[in-house]
Design a protein around this ligand. Structure first.
Ligand SMILES: Nc1ncnc2c1ncn2[C@@H]1O[C@H](COP(=O)(O)OP(=O)(O)OP(=O)(O)O)[C@@H](O)[C@H]1O
Ligand SMILES: [Mg+2]
Length: 273
């Protein structure tokens, strides 16, 4: 199973939008995909996809339910693990709980080709802990200077923990492809100069009023009728990203997300007995 953590530092830049559409694109391509709402205290995936309230990750962590019991399935075959919203305990989850969650996911690893994690905003411990073992990080920014700064901050601290992964960068809500390319060029220069690495281009998604419509109707952009620029861009970016990471993974002897998680957590995360 390959894993991609969708992150970005700043809140509201489109991490969830990108994670959901990337996962759905993969599922429609018959890649066995699981989307984990890893914004543990402020999960939005359930609302966005209008999933039935049949439990969530908090029930798994409290020991009341098993992971497969709270997993929803979309018509595409995409499996979704929802997180609750407004559960303080999960917003401040400790390493033991994260370890429990990851060992549960590890048990189902053989069922999936791809795990997409929708991370929360910020560079708090849970965000970094969940991003560190992922095979790939997709960092989302907008063209706003504050979003660029926060995205760089995320990449910087993530690189400190996972130096081997070259982050992918996606520019969302771009006013034009040229402005997105400009942001990426600027980003690359700064990363090259201060972090001695160049991030990878994952593409751009235009600002599109259809996003608001899709959220209001709790539907995917892919399912809206007509020409939907954001849907087209998300599908193109997802396709290219998936092609690259699956091609690269062939024969490079990856370890599993859960196994890496347990190793990179500095001994703080323990496997469930
Ligand atoms: N391409 C876009 N065009 C127009 N609006 C967008 C676009 N992408 C995101 N938005 C708007 O931005 C809001 C935030 O998007 P989203 O929830 O995906 O961000 P997020 O980074 O996951 O936020 P959080 O940090 O709160 O988890 C959406 O509700 C939507 O209104
Ligand atoms: Mg989000």
């Amino acid at each position: 199973m390959l894993s991609i953590a969708v992150a970005g530092g700043k809140g509201g830049v489109g991490k969830t939008l990108v994670a959901v559409h990337l996962a759905e694109h993969a599922a429609r391509k018959k890649i066995r995909t699981c989307l984990l709402d890893a914004d543990l205290g402020l999960g939005n995936v359930r609302i966005l996809l209008k999933l039935p309230a049949r439990g969530d990750i908090s029930d798994v962590l409290s020991g009341d339910k098993r992971l497969w019991q709270v997993m929803a399935t979309l018509p595409s075959g995409l499996r979704v693990l929802p997180a609750p919203s407004g559960v303080l305990e999960l917003a401040t989850v400790d390493n033991d709980k994260l370890g429990l969650l990851l060992s549960e996911i590890g048990r189902m690893e053989h069922l999936f080709d791809l795990l997409v994690l929708d991370l929360g905003a910020g560079i708090g411990p849970a965000v970094l802990e969940l991003a560190a073992p992922a095979d790939h990080v997709l960092a989302v920014t907008t063209t706003d200077r504050t979003a660029i700064a926060d995205c760089y901050a995320f990449i910087k601290v993530h690189q400190g923990r996972a130096p081997a992964t070259l982050p992918w960068v996606l520019v969302n809500m771009a006013d034009s492809p040229a402005s997105a390319a400009g942001v990426f060029a600027q980003f690359t220069q700064v990363c090259d100069r201060f972090l001695f690495m160049k991030p990878r281009w994952a593409g751009s998604v235009p600002r599109d009023p259809n996003v608001t419509v899709a959220i209001r109707e709790a539907t995917l952009l892919y399912d809206l009728a007509g020409e939907i620029p954001a849907a087209k861009a998300l599908a193109t970016a997802s396709e290219q990203l998936l092609r690259s990471i699956f091609q690269e993974s062939v024969g490079n002897g990856r370890r599993s997300y859960a196994a890496s998680m347990l190793e990179t957590a500095g001994g703080g995360v323990k496997r469930r007995k």
